[in-house]
Design a protein around this ligand. Structure first.
Ligand code: BYC
Ligand code: FE
Ligand code: FE
Length: 475
């Protein structure tokens, strides 16, 4: 089904046939736009930006590339088509037809899941809103705007579900999405990581690598939902998500590449000399990875969670690639291992499988994070540099779950408070590290130019030239 761009709200959900819903969403639209003007990317009026816009939900050929004037981007509602005869694949409703309406008994649980998902999307836009002012190149400037408009669209995706399926409560939740703000002491965003700052481009690349990747795993789990409109909405969001993680992996990779170049040119591994040459030293990069990885691990919730067990059992939120897993898809029997604190050690303990759904998803996520890191390390080695990045232990720097109350080193050793206080500066960016990275953030917007701390991209967007193409035109 093609997306109709002649309507005020582009959509493939036949909005014109549902006047009430259409009016409700049209009433929310100006509130969204004024939020975007106030808390969306700073200083972008009248920029022509080479953006991708969805024109269908078909796997190939869904995206169209063209210059768009930033505030005129058309946010729309795109949902994958219904599959005839589709059955629920897990939980107590396994084998039943998927639901096209919200089952009454699961109404508040589903609403909560949708609100939690939806809340992260505008939060990330708020977190990134100043970064356009310090972009390292036109290519990167275009990329951050692409991410921002799509996260805005992901908010639309969840707001559509709230309006279409949750009546007045849903409309109220949609309003509240624009009232909570990232880092606001009175009305913060729901999940921890979305109240952290994204103050510089290194943080942005780390965020799109580590935190958008949580998005991938959460959306994939919701894409299995027995509530089919949610599943179909998340399936399409995942198509867009791939590019966000690409920006993260190549972004961090380009920073590492630049550092390696500087180290080779100067024949040094002295962090101070690397910094003096305008690149980010390896230990600082490792600290940023430690921070973003650990903060993102918290997003998976508690290791042992009755909430997660209920979501699964009620067929609301599945596992990653549920249908590919070979088991009974009920998890009523059997156990799986969970890391727990026992005295002054972290050990594995078997727990009822149903309660460990969050931990299993986190496990998939960790493996995925490692894959990109292995690629980065391969390039470091190829550059002849004797340094390898490591993911810290899953218990390091956690605020949620079994390790929230203990101090743990990146290698997984439980530490005394005194030792943590003495050493955490070795593992997490401190004020001075952040100030250094901040000092590198200078806006570069001439076509073909790039900042000192990052290598140019190796390929362009939509086969355009990576460096010389004018991805953003100012007027
Ligand atoms: N921060 O049983 P548990 C994305 C609370 S990212 C604060 O584990 P639950 C994106 C929890 O509320 C993907 N509080 O909790 C990326 C609960 O409170 P109550 C976002 C937390 O809720 C980049 C208590 O601890 N999508 O799309 O079952 C850019 C018990 O814990 C946190 C989703 O998250 C936290 N991190 O599981 C843009 C999917 N974690 O009930 C976008 C929807 C837990 O005791 N959300 N708590 O008062 C969920 O599936 C679940 O809410 C969670 C947490 C897996 C996140
Ligand atoms: Fe998103
Ligand atoms: Fe994303």
């Amino acid at each position: 089904m093609a997306i109709n761009y002649n309507e005020r709200i582009p959509n493939n959900v036949d909005l014109a046939d549902n006047r009430r819903l259409q009016r409700a969403l049209e009433a929310w639209q100006p509130e969204f736009l004024s939020w975007w003007h106030e808390l969306g990317p700073e200083g972008t009026k009248n920029f022509d930006i080479y953006l991708r816009t969805a024109i269908s939900v078909e796997p190939d050929g869904w995206a169209h590339y063209d210059f768009v004037k930033m505030p005129d981007y058309r946010w729309g509602i795109f949902v994958n088509p219904e599959e005839a005869g589709k059955k629920i694949s897990f939980g107590e409703h396994k084998g039943e037809d998927v639901w096209q309406e919200v089952p009454g008994e699961y109404r508040s649980t589903l609403r909560r899941l949708i609100v939690t998902q939806g809340d992260t999307e505008p939060a990330s836009v708020e977190q990134q809103r100043m970064l356009g002012l310090t972009c390292p190149s036109l290519y990167d400037l275009r990329n951050i705007f692409q991410v921002n408009v799509e996260e805005g669209r992901h908010l639309w995706a969840m707001v559509y579900l709230l309006h279409a399926y949750f009546g007045r409560d849903g409309r109220e939740e949609a309003e509240a999405m624009l009232e909570r703000h990232s880092g606001d002491p009175d009305k913060p965003r729901i999940l921890g990581a979305f109240n952290e700052k994204t103050p510089d481009w290194l943080s942005f690349f780390m965020f799109t690598y580590f935190t958008d990747r949580d998005g991938k795993y959460q959306l994939a789990s919701l894409a299995e939902s027995g509530f089919d409109p949610l599943a179909r909405t998340c399936q399409f969001m995942l198509t867009e998500e791939g590019h966000h993680m690409f920006i993260g992996e190549t972004g961090v990779g380009r920073v590492i590449q630049r550092t390696c170049e500087v180290m080779n040119e100067l024949r040094t591994d002295d962090p101070e000399r690397v910094r003096a040459a305008g690149a980010v030293d390896m230990p600082t990069l490792q600290k940023f990875m430690n921070f973003h990885f650990s903060v993102s691990l918290d997003l998976f919730g508690q290791e042992t969670s009755t909430n997660a067990a209920n979501y699964f059992n009620q067929s609301l939120k599945g596992r990653f690639q549920e249908t590919m897993i070979e088991d009974d898809h009920r998890l009523l029997e059997g156990t799986s291992p969970v890391h727990v604190v026992k005295g002054d050690e972290i050990v594995l303990e078997e727990q009822p499988a149903l309660n460990t759904v969050n931990e299993r998803l986190r496990e998939e996520y960790i493996k995925d994070c490692q894959r990109g890191m292995t690629r980065w390390n391969r390039n470091v080695k190829r550059a002849g540099i004797d340094f390898q990045f490591r993911l810290p232990h899953r218990a390091f720097n956690r605020r949620i779950g079994n390790f929230a109350d203990v101090r743990v080193s990146p290698k997984g050793k439980i530490l005394s408070e005194a030792e943590w206080t003495r050493r955490h500066g070795e593992w997490l960016p401190d004020e001075e590290d952040r100030a250094f990275v901040q000092s590198l953030m200078k806006r570069v917007v001439e076509p073909g130019k790039i900042a000192s701390w990052v290598a140019p991209p190796s390929r362009g967007i939509n086969h355009e030239d990576p460096s010389s193409f004018e991805y953003v035109r100012f007027s």
